[in-house]
Design a protein around this ligand. Structure first.
Ligand code: KDG
Length: 331
């Protein structure tokens, strides 16, 4: 039995070893990446039981993903090996300022061939039995028609299990245009309990142009239907509103970092910290603080998973940030 189920494409990422544009990058670190897998590992590190539904190729990259997820304690029985396709890859530059550019090699990859049958198999194997939470991202429906149907199937099982549904918008403009993404993501947003995204993403799904305050975007997104909307603001923390008290916006500042080493993955791990806190009964402001702390820990190290905190580290970061900034060492 698992508390949290998630599904999507886990990739191997080649991340430039030195900061700068991709055109200048000649050496790369090989890491395991993928938004939903990042959330899964983040939750497992924080002591929660997580199932990951997906596909990898019958290749060394797929083996590396399986070993990593399993080693982190994520349930991988529903991570199928697809003999007919290779594991998806991405190549990413490192940027401290501005968004990092990415090149994908994931078209027709094993992960993008995820289908409703995979979700049915996982359900038959008990993945949704007693599940309390299903976490989705806007990446999976962009991968293929089958992957989009797999998301729909997972929602059906999660509803039957009375699980909480969360959606991290995670708009990937290398996979689809705003015009193609907006109606699909809006339709998902209407049906989840908790919607998370950055202001740019919330603007796209609410149909707002740029330049709106996060609190206004959160309120507009609440009108779509979710019970809670969270705007992730990176270095400015997070703001959120609950439908039951829509006039009140809760804001929590980011944990301030002496240096942002690699912010990619921080948004995913924010979700992990937030979900873990809610599973443990935390109120909205506390869940935002946990999300911010997890995000900061990941932004302080290279790679999507490297800096993920365990429970003790999370408590140390929270304690230190409430006092006087981060200590040099937390243990
Ligand atoms: O959020 C981090 C992800 O962007 C990264 O791990 C890769 O999932 C990924 C994607 O599709 O871009």
């Amino acid at each position: 039995m698992t508390e949290v189920v998630t599904l999507g494409e886990c990739l191997i990422a080649f991340v430039a070893t030195t900061p700068g544009p991709l055109a200048e990058a000649a050496t790369f670190d090989r890491i395991v990446a993928g938004a939903e897998a990042n959330v899964a590992v983040g939750l497992a590190r924080l002591g929660h039981e997580v199932s990951f539904i997906g596909r990898v190729g019958a290749d060394g990259f797929g083996d590396a993903i399986r070993r990593r997820l399993r080693g982190e304690g994520v349930r991988t029985v529903d991570l199928a090996t697809d003999d007919a396709a290779t594991t998806g890859l991405l190549f990413r530059e490192r940027r401290v300022l501005g968004p990092a550019h990415v090149v994908y090699a994931r078209q027709a990859s094993a992960g993008s061939r995820l289908s409703p049958a995979d979700v049915d198999r996982a359900a038959a194997g008990g993945a949704f039995d007693g599940a309390r939470w299903l976490h989705l991202t806007g990446i999976t429906p962009a991968l293929s028609a089958d992957a989009r149907s797999a998301v729909e199937r997972a929602i059906e099982y999660a509803r039957d299990a009375d699980a909480t549904l969360s959606l991290d918008v995670n708009l990937r403009r290398r996979l689809w245009s705003d015009e193609a993404a907006a109606p699909v993501l809006r339709d998902l947003a209407r049906r989840v309990d908790i919607l998370l995204g950055n202001p740019d993403e919330l603007a796209v799904i609410t149909g707002h142009g740029p330049g709106h305050e996060p609190a206004a975007l959160v309120r507009a997104a609440l009108d779509l239907g979710p019970g809670i909307v969270v705007a992730k603001l990176g270095g400015r923390g997070a703001v959120a509103s609950d439908r039951d008290d829509a006039d009140t916006t809760v804001a929590r500042p980011a944990v301030s970092l002496p240096v942002v080493v690699d912010p990619v993955g921080a948004g995913d791990v924010f979700c992990a910290g937030f979900i873990a806190a809610r599973l443990e009964g935390a109120d909205l402001p506390t869940a935002l603080e946990h999300g911010n702390a997890c995000g900061a820990a990941v932004a302080a190290a290279v790679g999507d998973l490297t800096g993920l905190p365990d429970r003790a580290e999370l408590q140390a970061i929270l304690g230190a940030s409430r006092e006087d900034g981060l200590p040099d060492t937390i243990r």
